[in-house]
Design a protein around this ligand. Structure first.
Ligand code: PEP
Length: 249
């Protein structure tokens, strides 16, 4: 079954309005593969979303980097799923390892957030991944399976979910997983979906890789059978993001 290649750019907490303008003009000037070859999403900080959305050409869709776990209200500093929908934002990243580690988001909390975002009509890039200690202890699959199960337990459909495998030791470190390491976990995750959800979900769900992807290592990673795209941090702020998008070809 053909899975449309997916490339997301997570800008994290970076950028001034001038820098954001530069990134937008670089993206707008680029020739990117057509929408039947790659789905492209960029994720600016909340405050820049309206301007990026109105200035970027339509080949690029917008993802928020987070949203609140339930309906908005008295939750100072949070942004609700309803607000994102109100602005016409189709995607949200949930469960990024930086939020899991720094904001102490548990597997269960991430599962609740994914479920609420989906219930409101958002599409979700749901992140899982092990730390270096967990990999060294041989528990990679146990960890990512538990993270995936916590999401699976709360959702009714995987139709609007992209699963991002992001080993924590590879994020922002320049230490990319080898194509074989990435393929091994992606294949195991797909098997997990087949065993625990159903074969059709396993065949259809896009599993993307994130962790120090750049213009030089993207092509070989993209060639792996179970790797359906990328979630890119640092390199999504640079012109080489275009080369990563073109790895879909
Ligand atoms: C990320 O933060 O999702 C990420 C993959 O970062 P980087 O590409 O910088 O490792």
């Amino acid at each position: 079954m053909g899975r449309l290649f997916f490339v997301g750019g997570n800008w994290k907490c970076n950028g001034t309005s001038e820098e954001v303008k530069k990134i937008v003009s670089t993206l707008n000037a680029a020739q990117v593969p057509s929408k039947d070859v790659v789905e492209i999403v960029v994720s600016p900080p909340f405050v820049f979303i309206p301007s990026v959305k109105s200035e970027l050409k339509p080949e690029f869709h917008i993802a928020a980097q987070n949203c609140w776990v339930k309906k908005g209200g008295a939750f100072t500093g949070e942004i609700s799923a309803e607000m994102l929908l109100n602005l016409g934002i189709p995607w949200v990243i949930i469960g990024h390892s930086e939020r899991r580690a720094l904001m102490h988001e548990s597997n269960e909390f991430v599962g609740d957030k994914v479920a609420y975002a989906l219930s409101q009509g958002l599409k979700v890039i749901a992140c899982v991944g092990e730390t270096l200690e967990e990999r060294d202890a041989g528990t990679t699959m146990k960890v990512v399976a538990a993270q995936t199960k916590a999401i699976a337990d709360k959702i009714k459909s995987w139709d609007n979910v992209v699963l991002a495998y992001e080993p924590v030791w590879a994020i922002g470190t320049g230490k990319v997983a080898s194509p074989a390491q990435a393929q091994e976990v992606h294949a195991e995750l797909r098997k997990w979906l087949e065993t625990n959800i159903k074969a059709e979900v396993a065949a259809k769900t896009r599993i993307i890789y994130g962790g120090s992807v750049n213009g030089s290592n993207c092509k070989e990673l993209a060639g792996q059978n179970d790797l359906d795209g990328f979630l890119v941090g640092g390199a999504s702020l640079k012109p080489e993001f275009i080369d990563i998008i073109k790895a879909a070809e």
